[in-house]
Design a protein around this ligand. Structure first.
Ligand SMILES: C[S@@+](CC[C@H](N)C(=O)[O-])C[C@H]1O[C@@H](n2cnc3c(N)ncnc32)[C@H](O)[C@@H]1O
Length: 259
């Protein structure tokens, strides 16, 4: 299922950065530079966003590295995240098993929603904790309610911002994003924050519906190709370590922050 070796992916990413940057107006470039300086994210080169109503399809009309960003799923649809057939479709227990976590790990579940993965991860890190990050307080409230009902105490809700996961530097062993990254309105700032929050050797698990596969019955902007994910994450110096393809509809991609 891999499309090319990792090193070529990195090269492609660098080329793409240069190409997309050359189309940006000085005003947009200046805005990006200022926002980058303001957020202290000077280590990573911002590839730029484009807002183009002409190209808008079913997303927000904002493009990142050639991809249109999706709308955020509202908390009103939280019950859909817990639908019974999701067990078969997304095999959450096998996903968490494949994270190979240690009992004391600190894991950030970014875009945690109703905690569908947070609770499964919490059971694997009894001496550690899960930081359930979401931008919707209503989602964090759902997680809190369930914690009380289930007697779980190692999940901490973190109210993030659209451009900041609100995680301290080098504080997490792993970050997981399931069906969430494609709807981040500021993917560059989010990934910069996540990369900084990872300890050296820490891992990112990114799960998205397979964009290459027309048989996956999900709307296009809610899918991502492996190639696109590698392109977007490589700019942070993360190493694409593996892609596990045991899931019926999704890629489980693993990236590692160098030691
Ligand atoms: C489709 S839901 C998936 C929830 C969960 N990961 C799951 O698999 O059940 C996506 C979640 O990402 C959250 N989200 C969107 N943008 C975000 C951001 N910038 N930071 C954190 N969470 C975000 C949304 O609020 C929503 O709860």
């Amino acid at each position: 299922m891999s499309f090319q070796p990792r090193s070529e992916g990195l090269l492609m990413s660098r080329l793409h950065q240069r190409t997309s940057a050359s189309f940006l107006s000085p005003v947009i470039l200046l805005t990006l530079l200022l926002s980058s300086l303001a957020s202290g994210q000077t280590n990573f080169e911002h590839p730029g966003y484009e807002v183009d109503p002409q190209r808008q399809t079913t997303g927000i009309g904002k493009f990142y590295m050639g991809r249109e960003i999706s709308f955020v799923m509202g908390h009103q649809a939280a019950a859909w995240l817990n639908r019974p057939d999701r067990i078969e479709q997304e095999q959450p227990d096998q996903v968490v098993e494949n994270m190979n976590l240690q009992a004391d790990h600190v894991v950030a579940d970014i875009g945690a929603g109703s905690g569908y993965f947070s609770f499964r991860i919490a059971a694997k890190v009894p001496d550690g904790r899960v930081l359930a990050v979401d931008i919707q307080q209503e989602m964090l409230d759902l997680i809190d309610q369930q914690q009380a009902q289930r007697g779980v105490s190692n999940i901490e809700g973190v109210l993030g911002e659209i451009d900041d996961p609100k995680l301290p530097a080098e504080s997490i062993d792993a970050a997981i994003m399931v069906d969430a990254y494609h709807e981040f309105s500021h993917p560059f700032e989010m990934m910069a924050g996540i990369t900084q929050a990872l300890r050296p050797g820490g891992r990112v698990f990114l799960l998205e519906y397979r964009g290459e596969d027309p048989d996956v019955p999900i709307r296009p902007l809610h899918k991502m190709t492996e190639e696109q994910v590698v392109k977007e994450l490589s700019i942070f110096g993360l190493e694409w370590t593996d892609t596990l393809d045991f899931l019926p509809w999704q890629h489980m991609m693993i990236f590692t922050k160098p030691e």
